[in-house]
Every structure is written in C-alpha cells, then in structure tokens.
Ligand binder design. Sequence first.
Ligand code: SF4
Length: 257
Amino acid sequence: MPVSDSVSRPDSDADGDRLPVNELFASLQGEGKLAGVPSTFVRTSGCNLRCWFCDSYHTSWEPTHAWMTVEDIVAEVGELAPSHVVVTGGEPLIHEETNALLSELADDYHLTVETNGTLETDAPVDLASISPKLASSTPTPENAPEGTDPGVWTDKHEADRIDLESLSSLVEHADDFQLKFVVTGRDDMPEIEALVSEVRGVTAREIHDTDVLLMPEGQTRDALEGSRTAVADLAAEFGYRYTPRLHVDLWNDAPET
Ligand code: SF4
C-alpha cells in the first residue's frame, strides 16, 4: 500500500528500544488470509531489498520515519480499536527492536508480520505473511522508480532476495503462515512453482496450495484493473489462492489505508 512521504510526529529522545516508524494507523487488512479484518498497522522504515515496484517507496528507496520507542508504539496501538496488529515495512525484521515490539504486543493482540522472507525471528507471531521476491522484482535502470538510480541494488537485490533457510524458519515458526507472491504475469509462474517446491523440500511443515497466495502487481485502481483478472485466472489454473488488494480497490493510492 502507498505510504506517507512525510511523518508529522517528532523523534522520541526517550530511553529504550526505538524503531523508525513511517506510519501507525488503523484500517482494514487489505491482503492475504485476513483481508478485511480491522487491523492496526505499524509500518517500520528501511528495507534490505529494492523491488522496482515497491508500494512503500518511503520505507525502501527513500526511507522516511520518526524514531519511536517500543513503549510509545505499544501505547499508541492501545489507543486504537483493532485486536489485530500488522507489523510491516519496509522490512520490519531488519530491526532487532521489532522482536521487542512483538513480544510486548503478543499477550493482547493477534500479530501479523509482513516480511520479504529473507530474515528470521524468534518473537511471537500469529501469522507470518511471507512475500518472497521474484526475479521480476529486481530493479534495473529501465524499471527503477522515476528519478532513481538502482546502482548497486540491481546486484544486491538479486543476490539477497531468496533465502531458503529464512523462508523455512518463518514457515515453521509462526502459528500460521502465507506465501504471498506479487505477480506481474504468467511468466512469474514457473519461478513460483519452483520456489514453492524448494521451500516444501526444506521445511517440516506442510504447505498447502491454499497457503500460497497470488496477488496482482499494481498500486492504483487503474493498474489493478489491468492485472487482477489475469492473476485470478492464474490462481484458479494453478490451484493457488488469489488475494485482492482491498485497500487499493477501496481507497486507491491514499496513504494510511
Ligand atoms: S521487499 Fe517490500 S518493502 Fe522492500 S523493496 Fe520490496 S516491496 Fe518494498
């Protein structure tokens, strides 16, 4: 989902674990097995990858954030109504303090972690929403966001985007999981099939086809208009699950949705 390009809250100078936070808001979960569930989103800033189509540009290509203590984040989450919390990014697991946040929230909330699957966690997680990045995500000078030079990120992204050990660990660690792929077209399917097979080969946990979600690439209603039916058809053909991008359908590209 599109994210804020500026953050109005000041940096905290309080003692304690701090996280770079781009957004903290309540909305509906837009994607995956819990699409439609009222949820509070804590969006950390910073990512170890650089997908060309990143829909949270201000947490990856141009990180924007305020520093918040874990204590203040928990307090602000407590002022909002949802019983579900989604810790997302960027890539939230690049921050050690994310583990402290998850531990603090675990007793009172259902916790989803949205991750690109390249890192592990030992913190409590109810739903690991794992979104491995396909070859089609790699930035090049031709597809990089306007005004951006991918530079070293073309090679770095390509080298780091898949980590089977982390994928296996995340699948096994959380109470539930989903493997959610951003699909740009039929050309992605052989890689998805191969990767699902590889992960099945290294994890002790059963991965049902319905744990594998295909999500259309597109950050605006117009873009989704051109991609969602084709991706839904692919899901039906391959026996995987289709996930909408409800927040785009409902609120187009508005931040904090
Ligand atoms: S992994 Fe996610 S947050 Fe990071 S660049 Fe890719 S889409 Fe953006």
